[in-house]
Design a protein around this ligand. Structure first.
Ligand SMILES: [Zn+2]
Length: 69
């Protein structure tokens, strides 16, 4: 089980075709509330939490979330 964050900034300077991703091992996260929001090292923008499963998707706060409408 991993927690994944994605940089969704359109003009991110991350080299590559995919967006920059950062993953944390669940074991390293003792308490969700103690985890600071990670920032992209390339564009310095706040990274969004990627949904582990589609049902975790919350529009506008979750990366790779496709609105139902
Ligand atoms: Zn970025």
């Amino acid at each position: 089980m991993e927690t994944r964050y994605i940089c969704t900034y359109v003009h991110c300077s991350h080299p590559g075709t995919n967006r920059y991703e950062m993953t944390f091992k669940a074991e390293s996260i003792m308490d969700q509330k103690n985890v600071a929001t990670p920032f992209c090292p390339f564009c310095k923008k706040e990274m969004l939490l990627a949904p582990a499963v589609p049902s975790d998707c919350v529009h506008q706060t979750t990366a790779d979330c496709h609105a139902a409408d």
